[in-house]
Structures are given as C-alpha cells and as structure tokens.
Design a protein around this ligand. Structure first.
Ligand code: PGA
Length: 242
C-alpha cells in the first residue's frame, strides 16, 4: 500500500518544514507496513528532502517536463527530480490535464521520461461528472490508459481519481470503485503488464472514509490532496493503512 500526500500549490517554506516534520514525528516511532510519500511543490522538494532524508518516508514531485533538457523555460525534468531524491512523480493529474491542457500523449512522454531515469510515475486517470452520469466512465478511463501508459516492464502506479470527487467531499460507491479497478486490472493483464502494479484511489479521501476505502479488494493505496495538509489526519490515515 502507498499513502501519497499531494500538497498541490500550498505551503510557504516554513510550513513545508513544519508539515513534513510533524508527519515525520507522528510516524517515526510506528512500524508501518504501508509506504508513505510526500509530494511538495517542486521548489520545496529539497527542503522536505532535508527533513525526511533519514526516515522511511519517500519523496515525490507533482509533475515533470515532457522534455529532458533544452530551451523549455520553467520546466523541471525527470533527471532533475531524480537528483533531488524523488522516488516518484505524479503525472496526468486532472488539474494539469484540464487546467493546462495536457494530453494523453504528454502524460505518456512524462511517464516514459520518469521510467527512463528509474523513477516511478504515478499516472492519474479519471472521468468527469458528465462521463459518469452518461455511463461512459469505464470507456473514458480505458482510453486514458491506452494512450497515457507506456507499455513497459518498468514499475509504475495508476491513480484512479474521478474528477468530480476531487476536493468535492464526494466519493464513488465502493461498487463503482471496485468495478473500475477490475477494468484497470484486466487492462493491465491484457497488455501483459506486471500483476503487482498498484492502483490507488484519490478524491476527497479523509480519515472518515479511509477505512471504507481500505475494504476495496484491489486497493494499492490512496492519493490524498486536501487532507495531506493536516499532519494529524494524514498520519492517522497512514497508521490505519498499516
Ligand atoms: P483531494 O485531492 O484529496 O483534495 O480531493 C486529491 C487529488 O487531487 O490528488
């Protein structure tokens, strides 16, 4: 199980230190069976690295460039993230697919770059409310899988995050999460991918619904946004996961 905290565009430098230190203090003495990873804003990756470097908390980035180097002002590439101790990077989050017009092809290239530099992409997929209401959710996700995931033997993680569940306080029924996970698992098998690839759920996860989510059969972990900024609640979820 992986419990991932996506801080998005939040925190100043002191808050980044406080948040990572609090999580570290809460979890340090615990024997955790789940892996915990923090995803601060890129500029604070080194700051957080310095807090958690001697612990078993891992570090990840929220995004990476489709390019490796060159004239791409403002971009941060996979090898640069690797230099700063990132084990993971999220790619294809809906806030980038929709807000920054990122295509499946962009997500594919980012995931491939991360794999090439021995990092683990967390490839996000998710349907919008209209797709869900029209009964198209499975088809929409299947297309995102087909076009965003490099067919490779390298390690990667899929995060299923229905767009309508992100930050809304709503989560899908367990039946619909299980149905989606079954389809994703089948797709992985049909494409001869490893059977230990984790599938995470993300969208309005909190301490209250985490227990219920952990009963999903194929759940490989959680991608947590808002609640990852609350060190007590986030740490409690990490402990429940173990
Ligand atoms: P949320 O965000 O937990 O605040 O809904 C999840 C995400 O966007 O990864």
């Amino acid at each position: 199980m992986l419990i991932a905290g996506n801080w998005k565009l939040n925190c100043n430098i002191n808050e980044a230190i406080d948040l990572s230190s609090s999580i570290l203090n809460n979890l340090n003495s615990k024997v955790l069976r789940s892996e915990v990873a923090l995803f601060p804003p890129t500029i604070y990756i080194e700051t957080v690295y310095n807090v958690i470097k001697n612990s078993n908390i891992a570090l990840g980035a929220q995004d990476c460039s489709v390019n490796i180097s060159g004239a791409y002002t403002g971009d941060v590439s996979a090898p640069m993230l690797n230099d700063f101790g990132c084990k993971f990077s999220i790619v294809g989050h809906s806030e980038r697919r929709n807000g920054k017009n990122e295509s499946n092809k962009d997500v594919y290239l980012k995931a491939k770059n991360l794999m090439d530099f021995k990092m683990i992409p967390i490839i996000c997929v998710g349907e919008n409310a209209e797709d869900r209401e029209r009964g198209n959710a499975l088809d929409v996700i299947k297309k995102q899988l087909e076009e965003s995931i490099p067919k490779s033997n390298n390690e990667f993680i899929i995060a299923y995050e229905p767009i309508w569940a992100i930050g809304s306080g709503k989560i899908p029924t367990l039946d619909s999460i299980n149905e989606m996970f079954n389809m994703i698992r089948q797709w992985l098998t049909n494409n001869s991918m490893k059977n230990n690839i984790k599938i995470l759920y993300g969208g309005s996860v909190n301490k209250g619904n985490a227990k219920e989510l952990f009963s999903c059969k194929d759940l490989g972990g959680l991608l947590i946004g808002g609640v990852s900024l609350n060190p007590t609640e986030f740490s409690e979820i990490c402990i429940i996961a173990s």
